[in-house]
Design a protein around this ligand. Structure first.
Ligand code: ADP
Ligand code: MG
Ligand code: MG
Length: 883
């Protein structure tokens, strides 16, 4: 088997289709080289080697030595330099690169091939000793950190002291002799910490670095990242060895990172940062504040340091041409790394750029309108889940803000929460239920768990492409980075800003769209649903087959749902209406009544209230179907708890408190989830369902008369297991309908159907379909009853279940397609057999989950129903599965 694949100098053993084998970075380096872009030559050791390395007890096969030697010879042939040559040494970078990008997770070593002898040669051929010694100190520091795993703080400390001693401010102030002296100190630190001198043999250096890259695949922070992002551990990483190009060769050299479009807002404008006389890591590490790429961006920020467009017009023009070339080639927004060595541009990386949901939308719509991609591709490009970011409120522009400072708008969205200064605390406080804003000087991969736990992230240092910014955008967390005027004392749990102190636990607000940092909480407003969002939704609606409804029971939720494009109500839970303050006493009186007459007396009081609920809902949903579920929960959920409550109910019912308490005791159930609930209430107390049905039909008539258009009630009987239950309940509903219609002299079209939420109902769906006109799969309960798992108690063990691969994902979030799904499929099939035009839908959490929606499409359901905020997600997901 071949493990080494070359690129550069007219050779490309691989291409962008080889990400599995070569990792994303390697595959795209090969691809860029093959389309003639300037890529320093190199080779990629395949991901299959990583897997084999671990299988073989972290050793390399002998054959790899020969292959690597061939790879080095390839680079030597093109560059005309030799690895380890004391006169004119070839230097290389050793870079990791997994199949998908794992920002900052894996380690890179630059300037490899320098030692005490080759550094002199480099100084001579470059005629620039300062550059040579700067590169050597960088190499020792990085190699010691990444490969030898020595404390990098010691090296930084030595550099800081050297700068202070000489009165310097920037790294670029150091001279050749300063760097040479520092290299001497660095080597002493290595001996002190490692017990051995810094490796001088360039081949030892190379194999050390290759081993370290493979080794970092199993580092804790890489494992955490994989777990959070569902990346399998057996994918492995590739290693890229590539000729160095130098951005630190003086003022005609530079390094930078860029996006072909704005990854935050999506505007079609080049976007990025660069640093003159620097090497790659300097930009991301936030050592110096980077400069803007374009003049327009610099002017917009009224920044002084010249943009690349102004400082290096020729290299910039070449770069802009490469951007356009890359976008046309990949047909997507690209995230790139480049270096300019003495005026010559080199491409070091390209990948499809991470972007915010807002940018994803805009870029997809723009590219379709530019003709770069099709509308179908545009639909497929936007992650439905990510829309979530756009649908939530942003800061009210009119609310007063106590602005403390302003940083960079690194990731949009607004968040308020308590200030927390380290990631462990962030995780702990978040688990305890607090909304947390994580505030750090800068973030590193060790902060991933804290960033995940936080509502928002604020950093004092780092640019728009810093670790914090990149990771926050990926996670959809609002982020303000580089808020330079704050100073943080994490140990003391306090930050100072604008002469004020914010302590751990104080509430702060960040606005990732403007970069503002505020004290206290700030009011929010609803998002804008027109523009690109509206356009993409329209395209999506044009291709999807599944209808999308909402689970909603208040007029406000119904309004939101309709604004978000819901095509009806899939689940209106009537019990929520019973809890309202004005009604609960009547509800309790009804429940605790000793007989039918007592119940009816209470129900008579509830009827007008319930009717007005439905009037409000029908008014919003006029012309659309509304599935209304009759009372479902066990009655004891409504029982009084406090003495005063008992007294109130007793008075309303005209009975004694003791009698009431005895009756309440009788209602106690051992396992209420499987107890006296659902249609069992209707079977035992038909007058409850009769009242609800009456309220529904009276409301429907009122609204039909008022608005001229009738609502379409679909009355749903919960927890049915047998045909007979549904027959009995349907008779109650039909009777109420006939009575109301006769009374009012007007008929309304309606359906009566059932929820399929018990395995028996799914199995006997053929019979049940004879008695009802629609099924709505209540997959929350169907999951509970099929798996025998209580959703409310599952958190204790479900984590372990998912971790050990028993269930791939939380079955209450994403439908257990194999098990519960089989019941759904079977019920749909059997139901259709006896009633070919039966209406089929799904309600419950799964209705808004893209993977579950794909399943619903496959089974051919008519609609999915999701919570109002998830309606757009469901619309897009339904379109994607129809493509
Ligand atoms: P990461 O995945 O963390 O971005 P990279 O392998 O891309 O790691 O490299 C880190 C930095 O070093 C980047 O800025 C990159 O552009 C720079 N770099 C990598 N290889 C070279 C090289 N051969 N010459 C110059 N700079 C390089
Ligand atoms: Mg890195
Ligand atoms: Mg990179």
């Amino acid at each position: 088997t071949q493990y080494v694949y070359r690129f550069g100098g007219g050779v490309s053993d691989g291409g962008s289709g080889d990400k599995t084998l070569l990792g994303g970075k390697g595959a795209n380096l090969a691809e860029m080289a093959s389309i003639g872009l300037p890529v320093p030559p190199g080779f990629t050791i395949a991901t299959t080697m990583c897997t084999r390395y671990y299988e073989d007890g972290q050793t390399f096969p002998d054959s790899l030595r020969d292959e690597v030697a061939t790879g080095i010879a390839h680079i030597e042939g093109i560059t005309g330099k030799r690895f380890g040559d004391e006169a004119d040494p070839l230097l290389v970078s050793v870079r990791s690169g997994a199949r998908v990008s794992m920002p900052g997770m894996m380690d890179t070593v630059l300037n490899l091939g320098l030692n005490d002898a080759t550094v002199e040669g480099l100084a001579k051929v470059s005629d620039d000793p300062r550059f040579a010694w700067d590169s050597y100190r960088r190499f020792i520091q990085m190699y010691s950190d990444v490969v030898l795993e020595l404390d990098h703080g010691r090296f930084e400390e030595a550099l800081e002291i050297a700068k202070e001693d000489r009165g310097y401010y920037l790294d670029t102030d150091l001279t050749a002799d300063d760097w040479r002296a520092l290299v001497g100190q660095y080597k002493e630190i290595v001996v002190e910490l490692w017990g051995k001198p810094f490796p001088q043999d360039v081949h030892d250096q190379l194999w050390g670095a290759i081993g370290a890259v493979f080794g970092s695949w199993q580092a804790d922070r890489a494992k955490v990242y994989r777990r959070l992002n569902d990346i399998p551990g057996d994918w492995g990483t590739a290693v890229n060895v590539q000729a160095m190009v130098f951005g630190n060769m003086g003022d005609t050299s530079a390094t930078g990172v860029a996006f072909t479009r704005d990854p935050s807002k999506g505007d079609n404008a080049y976007y990025g940062e660069f640093l003159i006389n620097a090497q790659g890591e300097d930009v991301v590490a936030g050592i110096r504040t980077p400069q803007y790429l374009t003049r327009a961006a610099r002017e917009a920020a009224s920044a002084k340091p010249l943009s690349m467009e102004e400082a290096m017009p020729e290299a910039y023009a070449e770069l802009a041409a490469v951007f356009d070339r890359l976008e046309r080639h990949y047909r997507d927004m690209q995230d790139i790394e480049f270096t300019v060595q003495q005026g010559k541009l080199w491409m070091l990386q390209t990948r499809s750029g991470k972007r915010t949901a807002k940018a994803a939308l805009k870029i997809a719509v723009d590219m379709a309108e530019e003709g770069l991609i099709t509308r179908e591709e545009a639909i497929a490009r936007v992650d439905p889940q990510a829309l979530d970011q756009l649908l939530h409120p942003t800061l009210d522009p009119n609310a007063t803000r106590d602005v403390l400072t302003k940083g960079l708008p690194a990731s949009p969205g607004a968040a308020s929460g308590i200030a927390v200064f380290d990631s462990d605390t962030a995780e702990r406080r978040s688990n305890a239920g607090d909304a947390v804003i994580l505030i750090r000087t800068e973030t590193s991969p060790e902060d991933i768990h804290g960033m995940h736990a936080a509502r928002g992230i604020l950093t004092a240092r780092g640019g728009m492409t810093s670790h914090a910014a990149v990771v926050a955008r990926g996670m959809g967390r609002p982020c303000v980075s580089g808020a330079g005027s704050i100073s943080i004392d994490a140990k003391a749990g306090v930050m100072k800003v604008a002469g004020r102190e914010i302590r751990e636990g104080d509430i702060v607000t960040i606005d990732g769209a403007t970069g503002e940092v505020m004290a206290g909480a700030v009011a929010t407003v609803q998002p804008e649903l027109a523009g690109d969002f509206g356009t993409l939704m329209e395209w999506a609606d044009g291709v999807r087959r599944l209808k999308v409804r909402a689970n909603a029971e208040t007029p406000l939720d119904c309004r939101t749902a309709r604004d978000f494009g819901a095509e009806g109500i899939g689940l209106c839970r009537t019990e929520h209406m019973f809890f309202e303050q004005s009604r609960i006493t009547s509800v309790r009186q009804m429940i605790l009544a000793e007989d039918e007459a007592g119940r009816r007396a209470a129900l008579d009081k509830l009827l007008p209230e319930q009717r007005s609920d439905f009037v409000e809902i029908f008014e919003v949903m006029v012309g659309l179907p509304c599935t209304i579920r009759l009372l479902d929960p066990p009655l004891h959920e409504f029982l009084p708890h406090e003495e005063a409550e008992f007294a109130e109910v007793a008075e309303a019912a005209g009975i004694g408190v003791d009698q009431l308490k005895r009756r309440a005791g009788e209602l106690h159930e051992f396992n209420p989830m499987l107890g006296h609930r659902g249609c069992r209430l209707g079977v035992t107390y038909p007058e409850i369902y009769e009242m609800q049905a009456r309220a529904i039909f009276e409301a429907a008539v009122i609204v039909a008369e008022k608005s001229g258009e009738a609502p379409i009630p679909e009355v749903m009987i919960p927890l049915v297991a047998t045909r007979r239950e549904l027959e009995l309940m349907k008779a109650v509903v039909d009777k109420a309908a006939q009575d109301v219609f006769a009374d009012k002299g007007r008929t309304i079209e309606y359906l009566v159907g059932t929820m399929i939420e018990l395995p028996r109902a799914a199995l006997k769906a053929g019979e049940i379909a004879e008695a009802g006109e629609f099924f709505s799969f209540g997959t929350n309960d169907l999951t509970q009853t099929t798996l025998g798992v209580s959703r409310d108690d599952a958190s204790r063990f479900l984590g372990a279940y998912v971790e050990q691969g028993i269930y791939a994902r939380d079955p209450f979030v994403s439908l257990d397609v194999e098990g519960v799904g089989e019941l759904v499929e079977l019920a749909a099939e059997r139901g259709r057999k006896t009633r070919p035009d039966i209406k089929l839908g799904i309600c419950g959490e799964h209705g808004g989950d893209p993977a579950s929606i794909a399943f619903c499409e496959k089974v051919g359901l008519d609609y999915v129903s999701a919570s109002p905020y998830r309606v757009p997600i469901a619309r897009l997901a339904a379109a994607q599965v129809a493509l």
